[in-house]
Design a binder for this molecule. Structure first.
Ligand code: SF4
Length: 379
């Protein structure tokens, strides 16, 4: 969805303020970070919006252009429009499609509103579609509060025109091959709005309630310096291990389960502190800024080429021709063409075994224990 810069209790940050109510007010005082990914996302949304308006025959004007335009973006935005069209087919009778629609859910959260990428409504059925162009984090539709708040806003806005019983909320995240949908009844959503959103939003609007660290901290502007998050992460250091020279299997497993959060948090703190030291001259007690490791490089490539030729080396000695990477090739020709042109020419070797939490979506490897392999050979 397009960035929501004005609502304190925005739908896109709802996962945070519903779980950690004081976060919303504290975040409001911090500047936004315009990363390349967010600028690219904004460009993709503008193009998707334009294509959808064109598909609906709304004469959207000139096609938006940006420095982020690629074949890949063109294909993904077209796929989004195709998907919306498929959803539209499920609506019987007169239906309406709203693009980049402001959805007001202030009945549940003070001054709460957001912008839904696409809303389709007809008698009986409401579709909320959120286009995610990012690829870093896989977005789930299941119990996604952003989608649920949009749905509450749409139910509220159109209640006098359409009688809706069924709500479908879709995440369309093409760069992760992730199109997921979840269904709710109207009463289920309203109950969630009344019982979960209202009390949390009342606290969040006043900056009250308990700080609570969890997965929602990921994009919090306070994340590197938040005390609650630091305390949560540092619980690992306070683990009480049993006596004995070695950790038990359960203790190792306990460390493993906490490592991803701990290392991520440590990296964020380090990045924040380094940026402050470099850009604001901040001094951190016991630390100093030094030049990192660096690698040698040619001062001037043209002069190096000339010097090598003068020394009697042929161009075949000093130049090498390399195939561009698979990712660059896919960007160059587009996903659809890539599949056609290189059919059967791309392989995916098995990844290095990695330990991940049970909640990870990937299928567990079925590796036979070495003793078992020997047993099998004996048979
Ligand atoms: S980083 Fe801190 S303030 Fe932000 S959501 Fe996490 S616990 Fe709350």
């Amino acid at each position: 969805m397009a960035p929501e810069t004005h609502a304190l209790l925005s739908a896109s940050s709802a996962h945070r303020w519903l779980n950690c109510t004081p976060s919303a007010l504290l975040e409001a005082g911090k500047p936004d970070r315009d990363s390349t990914a967010s600028l690219e996302g904004t460009a993709a949304h503008a193009l998707a919006e334009w294509k959808l308006a064109e598909m609906l025959g709304r004469g959207p004007g000139a096609r938006p252009q940006s420095t982020y335009d690629t074949v890949e973006m063109d294909e993904h935005t077209s796929a989004y429009v195709t998907h919306v069209n498929q959803l539209l087919d499920d609506h019987e009778g007169p239906s309406r499609v709203f693009i980049e629609q402001r959805l007001d859910y202030s009945k549940y959260a003070p001054d709460g509103y957001g912008t839904g990428d696409c809303v389709i409504i007809s008698d009986g059925l409401l579709d909320i579609v959120d286009f995610k162009y990012g690829q870093g984090v896989l977005v789930e539709a299941e119990q996604n509060p952003q989608l649920k708040l949009y749905a509450l806003g749409a139910l509220e806005a159109f209640q006098d025109i359409y009688r809706v019983d069924q709500v479908r909320a879709t995440i369309f995240q093409p760069r992760r091959d992730n199109t997921v949908r979840v269904e709710y009844s109207r009463s289920e959503l309203v109950e969630w709005g009344e019982q979960t959103v209202k009390p949390a939003a009342a606290l969040a609007a006043k900056g009250k309630g308990e700080f609570k660290a969890g997965p929602w901290c990921q994009f919090c502007k306070l994340a590197p310096t938040c005390r609650a998050r630091a305390e949560e992460n540092l619980k690992l250091a306070r683990l009480e291990f049993k006596p004995g020279p070695e950790l038990s299997d359960e203790e190792v497993a306990q460390v493993l389960r906490q490592l991803p959060d701990l290392t991520k948090w440590a990296a964020e703190v380090e990045k924040y502190a380094t940026q402050a030291a470099v850009s604001q001259g901040k001094q951190w007690e016991g630390m100093k800024l030094v030049a990192g490791r660096s690698v040698r490089k040619y001062a001037d490539e043209n002069q190096v080429i000339q010097a090598a030729r003068d020394a009697g080396y042929k161009d075949t000695d000093i130049f090498e021709q390399k195939l561009i990477t698979l990712t660059r090739m896919e960007k160059l020709v587009g996903k659809k063409q890539f599949t056609q042109i290189f059919d059967g020419l791309v392989v995916k070797p098995e990844g290095k075994p990695t330990l991940v939490p049970m909640s990870d979506r990937r299928k567990a490897l079925d590796l036979a224990a070495p003793e078992q392999e020997f047993e099998n050979l004996d048979k």
